[in-house]
Design a protein around this ligand. Structure first.
Ligand code: SF4
Length: 176
């Protein structure tokens, strides 16, 4: 049986959702023969590949780079999962949404420091006006809330998808 091509993506999040994935511990050994991990912070791929079966996306969509990567994820993945409250609702990253990006950046990089009073420009992606949940940027196939979602829920989702079933998450996850 060919392995499922699985990717993980880290947008505007704290990596706690990825840590929860790693908290699967020995269950990862059971999943390993069924999965080829083709992209994400845990592997060295530079470009999001074509032909991905399942992509788990952590974090809100906050910058132009996030948006472009999310769109690429959608066009190259059969099944996209919003993993964690930041991807599902905006959560922590969206706390900035009451403040216009220019004002926010000046507060941090100009008013808030004693040296180099300058908003960085080179190599820094432009912020979107608001940090938004993943489904406001692209179509999402499954929402897995939690901050972070429990490892058992992530394992359940992957196991069900690999078995060709749509996961039923009622009672298995909660926000926060
Ligand atoms: S949902 Fe929670 S754990 Fe996941 S990226 Fe956001 S803040 Fe971190």
């Amino acid at each position: 049986m060919s392995k499922a091509r699985v990717a993980t993506v880290w947008l505007d999040g704290c990596s706690g959702c990825h840590m929860s994935l790693l908290d699967l511990d020995e269950a990862l050994i059971d999943l390993a023969p069924k999965i080829e991990l083709v992209f994400g912070p845990l592997v060295d791929a530079q470009e999001f590949p074509e032909g991905v079966d399942v992509t788990l996306v952590e974090g809100a969509v906050s910058s132009q780079d996030d948006l472009q990567l999310a769109q690429k994820v959608r066009s190259r993945s059969k099944f996209v999962i919003a993993l964690g409250d930041c991807a599902v609702t905006g959560n922590v990253p969206s706390m900035r949404n009451q403040i216009p990006p220019k004002q926010l950046l000046e507060r941090i990089y100009v008013d808030g420091v004693n040296v180099n009073h300058r908003v960085p420009a080179d190599g820094v992606p432009a912020l979107l006006k608001q940090a938004v949940p993943l489904h406001e940027a692209i179509r999402v196939d499954l929402h897995v809330p939690g901050c972070p979602p429990p490892a058992a829920a992530i394992g359940y989702v992957l196991t069900e998808l690999l078995a060709g079933r749509k996961p039923e998450l009622t009672g298995k996850v909660k926000f926060g």
